[in-house]
Write a new protein. Sequence first.
Length: 487
Amino acid sequence: MKSPAFLPCSRDAQRSAGPVPRSAIASRLHGRSAYVLVVVLIVIVVLSLVAYRFTDAMSAEAEVAHRSREAAQARAHAVSGIHYAAGMLADANALNGTLGGNPFDAPAAFSGVKLGTDRDPRGGGRFSVVSVADTFSGSGESRYAVRYGVTDEGGKLNINALIQLDDTGEKLHDALMKLPDMTEDIADAVVDWVDPDDDQRTSGAESGYYSGLANPYLCKNGPLSSLEELLLVRGVTPRLLFGTDRNRNGVLDPGEDDGGGFSRGWSDFLTIYGREVDVDSAGTPRINVNDDEDVPGTNAKLAAVLGQDMADYLTYYRLGGKTKKAGSTGTGGKPPVVVGADQLRAAVEAKLAGTPIPSKAVKSVLSFANTQIALPRPEVLAGIPGLTDADVQAIQSARPNLSPTDPATTTGAWLVTQANLTVDKFKGIEKYVTGRTQVYRVHSVGYFATGGPVARVEAVIDVNQGHPRIVYFRDLTDLGRGFELAR
C-alpha cells in the first residue's frame, strides 16, 4: 500500500518518489491562507461589533448623564422657587411691596422667573410658582383657575386644631360633614383616628377594626403627621382625598375622568398646618388684656395703646365691674346708671389704690362692643357658636370687596364690619377664625426656556416671623408637566 505523496514515510522513499510538484505546494499554501483570512475577518467583525456596542453604550451613558444632569437642574430650579417664595413671604417689605400684599395672585413676581442667562443651555432655567385657586363660582373645572401665587393654608379646615379645641370631636365631625361626598361612617372614623381615646364613635373605627385587617395596624389616636395619613383611615380613598385631578393642574386631562366628573378632593379643603402668632398687622406683639401684672400698677400698657378711657374700661371690668348693653334696661326695667369717663377714672383709681385682684378675664374684646359701664346691676353676655347658611352666604358675598392690603382685613373682625355678623355670633366662632395667615402652600415648577425636563415640587412654609421654615416638602415630578407656563 502506497503512502500519500505528501506524507512520505522516509527520506529514501521521498527520493524514490521524485520531487513534489510545485502546484501541490501552492495548493497547500493557498488553503492555509484562505483559512487564516477567514479567521482574520471573523476577528475583525467581532472587534467591530464590540467597538460598536462599546460606542453605543458610551453614547447611551452620555445621553443618560446629560438627561440626568438636566433633570437635576430642573429640580434645582423648582426648589429655587420654594426658597424664593419663602424669602418673599417672610419679608414684610417684599410681601407688601413686591407682592402688593397679595401673594395669591402675583404673576409679575412668580411667573417665569429667570435663572442664569439666555446663553445657558436650553436658554437658561426658569421657575414659576403656581396654584390652582378656587374662584367659589361655577362648577367642575370652571370653578378653578390657575394663578401665579401661593395657597393660604390658614384658609382651610385644620383637623389637628379642631380636635385640640374640642377633644369630644363634635366640632371636627360637624366640619367634616360639610365636605362633598362625606359620610357619617368616614367622618366618625376620622374623628376616632385623631381623638385621644380608644372609644369608638357610633359609626367610627378604632384599633379593634384596624388590627383585624390583613395588614394590621393600630389607630393613631393623635394628631395627623401629614394629610396623606388619612388614607389609613377606614373609608378614605385616594379618589375622595385627592379627587380626579390626579396631576393637580386644575384640569380634567385625558385618562383622569372616571365618570364622576371633575373633583379636587378633600385635600382642597383640609390641612394639618397652621400657626397663629399674636402680633398686629405690623408684626408688633399684641398686649394681653388679661395681663395681671399691668392691673396692680396704673394699667399703663393698655393706656399707651388704647388711650386712658378704654384702658380704664377694661381694667374696671377685670376688677369686678359690670357692663350693660347700650340701650338695655337694668333690674326691674329701670335704666342703668351709666358712668362717664371722669367717674370711671375715679372708680378705677380707687380700686388701683387698694390691693386690686383681677377677678375676671376678657374672653373677647368684642364682648365690649355696644356696651357701657353700669353700676351696679349685673348682666351676663352670651354668644352663639357656629355659622348658619345665611352667615356663610353673607361672608362669601363680602369677600370679593375686600383688599388684602387693607389693615381692616388682617383680623377676623371684618366678619362683623363687612359681612354683618352679629357681635355675639362672632364671639362664638372667634377662636376658629383668623384674618391673616402665617402658613402657605407653595407649588413650584422648574423648567428650561427652550424645552427639556420639567420638575415639580410642593412645600408648606411657615414664615415664622421673618425666619421661614419648610414644614413639608414633596417632589411631584412624577405627576408630569401639568401646566403650560411662561418661558
